[in-house]
Design a protein around this ligand. Structure first.
Ligand SMILES: [Zn+2]
Length: 146
């Protein structure tokens, strides 16, 4: 009988866990044939929970508490979407200008907070500057090139 839930399965050959709906035929990490040899460590109810549990199982025990806390602290969606498309980032930078078209670290930070982004305002500004969106006027002040 196969288990139809979302399973965290540990491979006895390489001790690495992976997530799977039902039972795995082979280990995706080392290619070991699993079948009934795969150890079901845990069964959860959603693909989202499965992703978190697999990440936790593959983390050294001493770091698990920290990771679990981090995952619970934040919206799990944004946690897994650290890559923000540069178009979105560009729109955020544009959003951050004041009436004179001036952008500051604080104004970008404000926009990032508004969009629930974990990005660092300085990194966003650096990106935008590299892409030629901005010209630096003074330390901490940029002008948007339109
Ligand atoms: Zn394996």
């Amino acid at each position: 009988m196969s288990n139809a839930g979302f399973n965290v399965i540990r491979c006895p050959a390489c001790s690495t866990c992976h997530g799977r709906r039902g039972v795995s035929a082979t280990c995706p990490h080392c290619g070991q044939r699993l079948g009934e040899h795969g150890v079901v460590v845990k069964t959860v109810r959603s693909a989202e929970a499965l992703r978190i549990e697999v990440a936790l199982q593959n983390t050294p025990p001493e770091l698990r508490d920290m990771l679990r806390k981090k995952m619970n602290d934040k919206d799990p969606i944004s946690d897994f979407n650290d890559e923000v498309p540069s178009r979105t980032m560009g729109a955020w930078v544009q959003d951050s200008k004041n009436d004179e078209g001036i952008i500051t670290v604080a104004s970008v930070q404000h926009t990032l907070n508004k969009n629930h982004s974990n990005l660092d305002a300085n990194e966003v500004l650096e990106q935008a500057e590299v892409q030629g969106m901005l010209v630096r006027l003074a330390e901490g002040r940029w002008m948007l090139l339109e």
